[in-house]
Design a protein around this ligand. Structure first.
Ligand code: NDP
Length: 286
């Protein structure tokens, strides 16, 4: 039977220590602040934004929500980002993706001040992460690394296969595994013999968005299996990219969906916000 990597429990542990950091910062006159911008009324995005707000409140982080109509112009959105960049009580600025088609996502990401870019999507933060000199780490891949660390799994010298190459998950995940000395392969929709490549993995990370794509036949005996996927099924239930019931008996460690990677993502966002506030406090102290 595989060890179940409990993202909820690890999140709770990390959030406890963040709560202490927030209290110490607040006592010194710096209350961490996060601004979340949501454009349009996508139900899934609304849930994420709400969870972020709740997470902030529990830790004592000040949070502000900016709910904008889907019809907002790119210029108006960029003006709001500029205002938040300058707002002294805001340490983190997050624009919930995806944005409506008429808005250039890249332009919006580039407009966020790198030292408030707690999602770590700005090219400067991406570059720093790739160069091994990160200011902030991207939340989902960083959460996966924390789960591995907690389970005592070191990627060093291991065959690591990441399925998915998005800028948000797959690519940065591969880079973080590489920095931990894994031998990394990145797969995508054009990969040939996906099953064979996956079956080589000592650590397999699925970040695809296809319910139960990873079947037992694609997993090596004893592999560590991380499921980033969050797929809503027609019956409303949540399902990962891994066929959990079939894969679990073969794996040495596996993340459940829900309760694995998901809770870690918001925890890493809170961690980045606290870090940004600590940097502000340090600047003030000078
Ligand atoms: P994207 O849609 O941006 O990327 C999906 C990737 O999967 C692409 O690189 C695509 O390849 C690849 N892919 C698609 N089909 C196949 C296939 N049949 N075989 C191999 N590769 C394939 O998704 P994201 O990276 O944003 O998210 C991935 C999943 O993770 C989603 O379910 C999302 O909901 C979830 N997620 C979960 C988070 C969490 O906190 N747990 C946070 C972020 C995302 P190609 O590039 O060739 O198109």
């Amino acid at each position: 039977m595989a060890l179940i990597l409990d993202g909820k429990a690890l999140s709770a542990k990390i959030r406890e220590s963040l709560k202490e950091e927030v209290a110490a910062l607040a006592a010194g006159g710096t209350v961490p602040g996060l601004a979340v911008v949501l454009v349009g009324d996508d139900p899934a995005s609304k849930i994420y934004v709400n969870n972020k707000k709740k997470g902030c409140k529990k830790l004592g982080i000040h949070s502000e929500e900016y709910l904008l109509a889907a019809s907002i112009t790119q210029r108006e959105l960029l003006e709001l980002v500029d205002m938040l960049n300058k707002k002294p009580d805001i340490d983190g600025v997050l624009v919930q993706l995806p944005l409506p088609g008429h808005i250039d996502e890249r332009a919006v990401i580039r407009a966020i001040a790198p030292d408030k870019d707690v999602d770590a999507f700005h090219p400067e933060n991406v570059g720093r992460m790739v160069a091994g000199d990160p200011l902030f780490l991207p939340c989902t891949p960083a959460g996966v690394m924390e789960l591995l660390r907690e389970a005592g799994v070191s990627p060093a010298g291991k065959e690591c296969v990441v399925v998915g190459r998005s800028n948000i998950v797959g690519k940065p995940q591969a880079m973080l595994l590489l920095h931990e000395h894994g031998t990394v392969t990145i797969c995508h929709s054009k990969t040939k013999n996906l099953a064979e490549v996956c079956a080589r993995a000592d650590i397999l990370v699925a970040a695809v968005g296809k319910p139960r794509l990873i079947t037992a036949g694609m997993v090596k005996e004893g592999a560590v299996v991380i499921d980033v996927g969050m797929n809503r099924l027609p019956d409303g239930s949540l399902c990962g990219d891994v066929d959990f019931d079939a894969v679990e008996p073969k794996a040495s460690c596996i993340t459940p969906v829900p309760g694995g990677v998901g809770p870690m993502t918001i925890t890493m966002l809170l961690k980045n916000t606290v870090k940004a506030a600590a940097l502000r406090a340090k600047k003030k102290g000078r």
